[in-house]
Design a binder for this molecule. Structure first.
Ligand code: HAM
Length: 416
């Protein structure tokens, strides 16, 4: 039996890496004053049909539950967030600054950087229409990536504005009911052949291609870059009107984050969606919103190919899965005494391991080394003294067994 295509087992090292990613996500989101929340992983399929856009609806893991409800594993968080906020907004002061970490499911075509399950960090500001919220979110996205050890040489946030294109279509007298479809075509233009894009754009092809080439002009986006420049973050962003985003609910600024080499799919993406909450609450609550999500898959790939980020994760992971103390039981008569002591050491906050059954002493020392123990404590002929060995320097000494905890607490190299 194997995992389903696009699903992963997380073996201990993978779990440690994932937890490291989650820890950085949480740490920086909290630095910006965001609070954590969570929604359900299973939702009514209708929630995504309403406004996520055709691409994501095609990719749903959906089925009928035993109560004959049409349900779907969540492909993204934003519709859930909009629903939850519409239902509970009275209980919270505005703007809401919420983040969430969870698993998402999309029946994607197999390709590099895209799986059928992935984890995302979502950060959203709800109830603030001022542009300051857009700037704050782009800055947060940049600072999260900086916390992994990336610099402006490693990634770039490409920012754009849906209004740029809707103004463009209006000027070209394109009927508003075609705008969504045309935005999807522009969104895919980077991934599809120019011929195919041209065919879909029809008469607009030449002028759209020309605009994509020259980049277009936008006062709003210049202001966004200025806002980031004021924080010293201008080198991390570039204006690129070719970014329109696949999801249908965006209404203003949109952005995506890519590695500088352009080798990988997007690391993160987001934007303003001022109408979604109104739409999902049938107009009873209307609130502006802006947010982004960062996935774990491309982020992990970029960490692997970026020396500073890779070194940082490796040393964090190595220290996370290490134990502090290995108790070597050299004489089985001492097992009861040693287990009693192990209980106290663990109560003291130390990570302690020992052999569950009688094992040769040499193998126990090997296990101590493999587990990364800083100290080995040997229970044997020396009782009521124990032998203590510093696993880094090799230094050994004898100690009264009841003085062990105090002795270890005095050692600065061990932390609880
Ligand atoms: P999205 O661009 O669809 O946006 O996804 C955000 C990020 O999730 C992507 O940049 C990518 O890193 C990761 N991701 C998406 N699909 C996959 C996949 N199949 N495999 C691996 N990683 C994937 C959204 O989901 C919006 N709801 C973001 C948002 C939040 N907008 C406003 N607030």
């Amino acid at each position: 039996m194997q995992t389903l295509p696009g699903f992963r087992d997380f073996l201990p090292d993978d779990c440690a890496r994932r937890n490291y990613v989650f820890a950085r996500w949480r740490e920086v989101a909290r630095r910006y004053g965001f609070v954590e929340w969570e929604g359900p992983v299973l939702e009514p399929t209708e929630l995504y049909r309403k406004k996520s856009g055709p691409e994501i609806v095609e990719q749903l893991f959906n089925f009928k539950d035993k109560g004959a409800r049409e349900v779907a594993l969540r492909p993204e968080l934003t519709p859930t967030l909009a629903r939850a906020v519409a239902a509970h907004e009275r209980d919270f002061k505005k703007p809401l600054k919420w983040f969430s970490i969870g698993q998402f499911f999309r029946f994607e075509r197999q390709q590099r950087g895209r799986l059928r399950e992935h984890f995302q960090l979502n950060c959203d500001i709800i109830g603030e229409e001022d542009f300051a919220a857009d700037i704050e979110l782009v800055a947060l996205c940049i600072d999260i990536l900086r916390a992994f050890g990336f610099t402006e040489k490693d990634f770039v946030v490409r920012i754009s504005d849906r209004d740029f294109w809707t103004d463009f279509f209006r000027n070209k007298n394109v009927a508003p009911d075609r705008w969504d479809e045309l935005l999807q075509v522009i969104d895919r233009s980077g991934r599809e052949s120019p011929e195919r894009t041209a065919q879909k754009l029809g008469k607009l092809a030449a002028v759209v291609f020309a605009t994509l080439k020259t980049g277009g002009k936008s006062e709003k986006l210049n202001k966004l870059v200025e806002g980031l420049a004021g924080r010293g973050l201008a080198d991390f962003v570039s204006i690129d009107v070719g970014i329109v985003r696949g999801l249908a609910y965006y209404t203003g600024v949109v952005f995506e984050v890519f590695d500088r080499t352009g080798k990988f799919r997007a690391i993160a993406g987001g934007g303003r969606y001022d109408n979604l909450i109104g739409l999902l609450s049938d107009g009873s609550v209307s609130m502006p919103a802006v947010g982004f999500a960062m996935g774990d898959v491309v982020l992990g790939e970029l960490i692997n190919v970026t020396l500073a980020a890779r070194n940082q994760i490796q040393s964090a992971v190595a220290s996370k899965n290490k134990i502090d103390i290995y108790v070597v039981i050299a004489k089985e008569e001492r097992r009861a005494d040693s287990v009693k002591q192990i209980q106290q050491l663990r109560d003291g906050g130390y990570r302690v391991d020992y052999p569950l059954t009688a094992t040769k002493v040499a193998r126990q020392f090997q296990a101590a080394e493999d587990a990364g123990a800083s100290v080995a404590v040997l229970y044997g002929d020396e009782w009521p003294q124990v032998k203590i060995k510093n696993m880094v320097t090799g230094d050994q000494g004898l100690l009264a067994h009841d003085g062990l905890l105090a002795h270890l607490q005095a050692l600065s190299s061990l932390s609880s």
